[in-house]
Design a protein around this ligand. Sequence first.
Ligand code: 13P
Length: 263
Amino acid sequence: MNQRTPIIAGNWKMNNTAKEGVALVNAIKPLVADAKCEVVVCVPAIDIPAVSEALAGSNIALGAQNVHFAEKGAYTGEISAAMLKEYGVKYVIIGHSERRQYFGETDETVNKRTLAALAAGLVPIVCIGETLEERESGKTEEVLDRQITEGLKGIDDISRIVIAYEPVWAIGTGRTATCEQANETIGYIRKKCAEVFCPKCAEKVRIQYGGSMNAGNCKQLMAMPEIDGGLIGGASLKAADFAAIVGYDKGGMQGMKLPKELL
Ligand code: 13P
């Protein structure tokens, strides 16, 4: 058994208005109150104030989906670490493949955002992962190497971040990586981190799997020795599904006593 505390985080992406978000976390709270793992919801920036208030006193931590690298200034449309921290945000997703794909995010900007988040006392959840084309042409390790060496450059203690391995071909497609594939690739990421950073930090860094993880497959994925958690998209938008993933050790949905309205 390793010493790493599992971490299950929901990535709501561009879903839920503030009101909807509050209703969702209010439904999730009692279902995950006895969670053994760390629980996080990463919500749209504008939902943060309301969701932060709704989460007060619960065991669910608040996360954002992006952060800018400058402290402040002329960066229209961006959000600073101080703005997030004022509302009790603890985690921030950086370099999600959707941001790399649609918003020009690169390993260089991922690196700048990650270093700024760390300096401000936020915990970055840095996303890495290969596309289908890259996997099929045997480039997975090359892509991960680049994302690790460039994207995480200059981090003094890698165990202060969370890494999310999200194979792009498994995101929102219903096509999950097999447990063995996910475990093997995450093992590779850990090995690379040991090489580039330090073996002790690599042993401590938590690496999540993300990509079509759900109530049905979470138990098997979480049973793999290298997988320390999940970054959940679609299934984090329904209280019962998300809670079942948080309770992966109880066998998902079967292990839960759900209120009627959530069935
Ligand atoms: P899905 O769980 O919807 O496949 O999304 C995964 C993801 O991108 C989480 O960041």
